[in-house]
Ligand binder design. Structure first.
Ligand SMILES: C[S@@+](CC[C@H](N)C(=O)[O-])C[C@H]1O[C@@H](n2cnc3c(N)ncnc32)[C@H](O)[C@@H]1O
Length: 177
């Protein structure tokens, strides 16, 4: 059975309270925002005041600059469509590949990612730190309805050189949903 693009990754839509939290990290003065993989639009729904770009297919989006990028990408090719062969062959986890592409397009990136992005690899952690890793907010394992996976919100600001701030997202916030 072939899944539609809305069914692909349906289990991983960002809960509204988490989307609101991510929005609260958007720096002041930002006008243009990219949501690279909008899915059902939970992040889009909280971005009312911004000039938002939300492509149907991230892989055909022309490279451009945005004041800020806010994202929860598909973490692997299993949950994505339209992945070009050269990307599949690169061997990078897809979510990390999309994050790297986004880091070229903005100086402010707010990304919901699996925690293993940094816990599995000193190279990836160092790369994010070199760009500027302002904060990491650990999300509860029950963030997604049907899947238990440890995720975190990475707040990336180009040139951030102060220590990275660690936060734990309040479980109470999720229970309110
Ligand atoms: C983890 S979900 C998150 C969706 C949304 N960003 C959110 O935060 O609620 C990732 C989404 O990426 C979408 N997706 C997969 N491949 C894509 C592509 N090539 N271009 C744009 N979106 C894609 C899937 O349909 C899925 O809904």
């Amino acid at each position: 059975m072939t899944l539609t693009k809305f069914e692909i990754g349906a289990k991983f839509q960002t809960p509204t309270v988490v989307a609101e939290y991510m929005k609260s990290l958007i720096p002041e003065g930002v006008k243009t925002v990219l949501e690279p993989t909008p899915g059902e639009g939970n992040i889009l729904a909280v971005l009312g005041d911004y000039e938002v770009t939300a492509p149907d297919n991230f892989f055909t989006l022309d490279p451009s600059r945005y004041d800020c990028i806010i994202m929860n990408p598909p973490f692997s090719t299993k949950y994505a469509f339209g992945v070009p062969d050269h990307v599949e062959e690169s061997g990078l986890r897809l979510g990390y590949h999309i994050l790297l592409e986004c880091m070229k397009m903005s100086d402010n990136v707010i990304a919901l990612m699996p925690l293993f992005t940094i816990s599995d690899s000193d190279v990836r952690l160092r790369y994010l730190k070199q760009y500027g890793l302002k904060s990491i907010t650990i999300l509860p394992r029950k963030t997604f309805k049907y899947v238990r996976i440890q995720t975190a919100v990475f707040e990336l600001i180009k040139g951030w050189s102060e220590p990275t701030i660690f936060e734990a997202f309040e479980l109470m916030n999720l229970q309110q949903q």
